[in-house]
Ligand binder design. Structure first.
Ligand SMILES: C[S@@+](CC[C@H](N)C(=O)[O-])C[C@H]1O[C@@H](n2cnc3c(N)ncnc32)[C@H](O)[C@@H]1O
Length: 242
């Protein structure tokens, strides 16, 4: 299994339990910096040509919300774009729906397992995005599914934890996260820090940006490239189904 967090959603509904607090916890852990990462992802997707976008492991819908805020997609009369917001947790999806009530015209919300999206037709999507979700899925299966549902020439956009290229700074960062993540998670959830134990393990064991790029190539993606953000704490990988 290529699941760096060892998370099995069928056994433990941790994300459902923290759905109400997820947004505030993101701000706490990243000191608000996740907003900048997600804005960048939304900008990359917003500037690409597409009609059908599938966002996988959407959580409370931050990525799509930012895309919809861009003027060209915000009109209720926009029939050109169709967006699917999806997550394995229905509680997370409910929060996403709340956030996007003004944009529901061209957006659907679907409970989907990133590893097996049987409800999505093969070769039906122009863009598939997954933000901060790949580390808690079986990434090989999730990437294969993304490949399957993309049209030829379709694009994959992945925001995920990565490696700071200077090794000792990376180790220092992981040490800091090992203390802060479970502690804030425990305090903010009233003693249920399990989601943050999974996420921490996912961050620690996730492959380097170069290794993830190679995994994408091995699945069949082409034009694979990535940009590091915040010194490499995260990276955005972009690839095309050739
Ligand atoms: C760390 S959150 C990221 C949420 C959001 N994309 C963001 O950037 O804030 C991870 C999300 O992945 C979802 N998830 C976990 N395993 C999944 C799976 N197999 N399929 C789909 N979603 C999954 C969780 O329910 C959670 O909402």
């Amino acid at each position: 299994m290529n699941n760096s967090a060892d998370f099995t959603p069928k056994d433990d509904d941790v994300f459902g339990r923290i759905a109400n607090r997820y947004d505030i916890l993101c701000d706490l852990f990243s000191l608000g910096i996740h907003r900048f990462w997600k804005r960048r992802v939304a900008c990359i997707i917003g500037n690409a040509p597409w009609q059908n976008l599938l966002d996988v492991a959407s959580g409370t819908g931050d990525i799509v919300y930012r895309i919809l805020q861009q003027r060209q997609f915000s009109s209720a009369t926009d029939n050109l774009h169709h967006i699917i917001v999806s997550d394995i947790s229905v509680q997370m999806l409910d929060k996403a729906k709340e956030k996007m009530t003004n944009y529901s015209a061209n957006t659907s919300f679907m409970p989907l397992d990133a590893e097996n999206m049987i409800q999505i037709e093969s070769a039906s999507q122009d863009v598939v995005s997954i933000s901060l979700g790949l580390k808690i899925c079986d990434r090989h299966k999730a990437l294969q599914e993304a490949y399957r549902v993309l049209k030829a020439e379709g694009r994959l956009v992945v925001l995920e934890a990565s490696n700071i290229p200077i090794n000792w700074i990376h180790k220092l960062y992981l040490g800091y996260m090992s203390v802060v993540m479970p502690l804030i998670g425990w305090l903010a959830t009233g003693g249920d820090s399990s989601a943050y134990q999974y996420l921490l393990k996912g961050v620690k064991d996730f492959p380097s940006a170069e290794a993830l790029a190679q995994e994408m190539k091995d699945i069949g993606f082409g034009e694979v490239n990535f940009e590091r953000l915040s010194f490499g704490i995260v990276a955005i990988h972009m690839a095309r189904k050739l």
